[in-house]
Design a protein around this ligand. Structure first.
Ligand SMILES: [Zn+2]
Length: 237
């Protein structure tokens, strides 16, 4: 069986990769990664992911998003419609090139509301909006909330860091494999907080999910890849 993995959420336009992106992507390819969804946190990264997708056609796929939290330090604030408006023409301009919209969502962290509240509110809002297809990345809510998402047809992806967290094992055990995708969230969320994560580490997520679900990594690889292709049909091109 061919090794075919899809990294559904990684930040290839992050500064951490500026120096050696070619080597990083080569290592990913050697690991068996066949496609990567390159997400953004802000409009300043849009051109960079488009460029990467042109240098690596059929391998790097751009995904535009504005992170729910913008700014840093004292300027940290929740994203508003006004933050998005100036960049809508860019979404329009590249609408045929992007495979999805992300990363987006709700983040209540600065107000110290428990993340479970955000998970529940996120899923409730998505259902209200009638969203049919979505990938909730690095989901950390309750299994019962996740199951509401599964009922609504949503999928969930998990980065290597989840293998350090017993709570997530419960969650992964409950979510049917047909609703799970793989991600690395590189350069963050690797096994070691102090070491840069990269897409080649996707096998850690794959093997962990296999261990938790007591199935073979090959099955996890095959099913999650099918799930990703269903969720992002443009990856097939
Ligand atoms: Zn991310």
């Amino acid at each position: 069986m061919a090794r075919e993995l899809i990294d559904c959420h990684c930040h290839l336009s992050a500064n951490e990769f500026t120096q050696d992106i070619d080597d990083v992507l080569l290592r990913a390819k050697k690991t068996g990664v066949k496609a990567l969804v390159a997400v953004t946190e802000g409009a300043s990264e849009f051109e960079k992911v488009i460029q990467l997708s042109k240098i690596y056609p059929g391998f790097v796929f751009p995904c535009f998003g504005i992170h729910p939290l913008q700014g840093s330090g004292k300027d940290l604030h929740s994203v508003k419609v006004q933050d998005l408006e100036p960049f809508l023409p860019l979404f329009q301009k590249h609408r045929d090139n992007i495979v999805a919209i992300g990363e987006i969502g709700l983040d209540f962290t600065p107000w110290n509301v428990h993340s479970r509240s955000a998970a529940k509110a996120t899923i409730a809002t998505m259902k209200e909006l009638g969203i049919g297809q979505a990938l909730l990345h690095n989901f950390a809510g309750k299994p019962s909330v996740a199951m509401e998402g599964v009922q609504a047809g949503f999928s969930f992806s998990f980065p290597p860091a989840v293998s350090k967290n017993e709570q997530r094992a419960k969650l992964i055990r409950q979510i049917p494999l047909e609703h799970i995708c793989l991600e690395t969230d590189s350069p963050a969320l690797g096994l070691d907080d102090h070491v840069r994560n990269e897409p080649g580490n996707i096998t850690i997520s794959c093997e962990y999910i296999a261990k938790v679900k007591r199935i073979s990594p090959g099955v996890v690889m095959e099913v999650t890849t099918q799930n990703a292709l269903r969720l992002f049909p443009r990856l097939k091109t």
